[in-house]
Ligand binder design. Sequence first.
Ligand SMILES: Cc1cc2nc3c(=O)[nH]c(=O)nc-3n(C[C@H](O)[C@H](O)[C@H](O)COP(=O)(O)OP(=O)(O)OC[C@H]3O[C@@H](n4cnc5c(N)ncnc54)[C@H](O)[C@@H]3O)c2cc1C
Length: 388
Amino acid sequence: MQVGILGGGVGGLSTAIALKQAGFEVSIYERHSKPIEIGAGIVCWPNASFVLEQLGVLEQVAKVSGSLTYMNRFSNDGEPIGSLNINELNRLMRYPSYSIIRKDLMSIFIQRATELDIKIHYGFEVVDLTNNTSETIAHFSNGEKLQPDIIIGAEGRMKSITRKFVNGSNQPVYQGFINWVGVYESRSAVFSELSVSDYWGIGERFGIVPVTNNKAYWAGGIVSETMDEKLPNHYKSELHAIFKDWPDLINNIIKETPQSRINKIYVHDHDPIDVWCKSNVILLGDAAHAALPTSGQGACQALEDAWHLTKCLKENIDDIPKAFTQFTALRKSKTSGMIQGGRQLASSIFNQDVEYCKNRNLASKNTNYHDTVVGMAKGWSSGLPISG
Ligand SMILES: Cc1cc2nc3c(=O)[nH]c(=O)nc-3n(C[C@H](O)[C@H](O)[C@H](O)COP(=O)(O)OP(=O)(O)OC[C@H]3O[C@@H](n4cnc5c(N)ncnc54)[C@H](O)[C@@H]3O)c2cc1C
């Protein structure tokens, strides 16, 4: 059984590893000419750590990531407005939560793929999929063609050719806010403990996720109706202008992050779709169900897809359509929930009404975060053989 995976990101690489471990012949086709280093970081929550263990990389991940303890919320003037105990979440789900720089996670996946003799074809940008009978052909911009037994569309959220092939269109939805994301490193220790700091303003937000005591990735967000031209040499001044009255830590982080390590993203997600497959082609990861970063679960859900799709294919090796239908049924409700959850939190965090934000912060202060953790553990472990 030959499987061609379009896209070598978190979903594509993890699915290739899972399938190869299960005995499938897999190749990856990635548009970039080499592994890319862009992107900030990811929190691998316990549901993702379960999958990372199954892929044989959890130990490697643990070596280069941070073991998170708390997620602390603050108002934009630094007043504590609630604290979520990540240790408790880990205890309930019986797996750790790790913060990791995206390029480190990608390197670990690529190393594991190499160990398993998985071929990654760089410089292969899929531009079209055609289907005559039950066989689908992927066409690449370099003139090459591919016709494997199964095609997996894992090209992310913005321009997935596979999503267009399966669904008839690919229209990511701009959710009206910008995120500048970056990776900050200091010569001396800055973070006494590895807890996430999440500052909420009025239509603005700044989040900091430490990976070591002197390294963190961060995201600064603001409401924006328009998507203007991106000018990298303006990023720092844009950020300083927005966050100048916010706590010193934030302004130091912006100041000391090299411009080359800052990215500006007009944040999109997807409306959930019912059908994820057509003929011998299936979608996964962001191409199937991109959620906003406020869900905290985008990469984690792509990893869950890798595990579930492999299991469905293994159990229905002689009936691929059944495997695809089963996979979609298993994954649709959880991932749609992540999309809705991400939108709900974003609409609260990026609300621009002063009174609303005052009440929101007060509500956060009065929240019983123990109950929140119990709910998160239950929701995030659903569909997986882990406790919650
Ligand atoms: C600002 C921000 C912060 C985030 N923070 C978190 C977080 O803290 N935790 C979390 O779990 N998730 C987070 N996410 C989400 C997470 O990054 C994605 O959900 C995850 O990477 C999805 O994996 P994927 O493989 O589907 O897509 P991607 O990782 O985007 O990979 C897609 C791959 O396909 C390739 N590709 C694209 N088009 C083609 C083509 N035509 N032909 C061939 N290859 C192609 C791309 O180059 C890329 O390598 C965040 C996202 C954003 C935008």
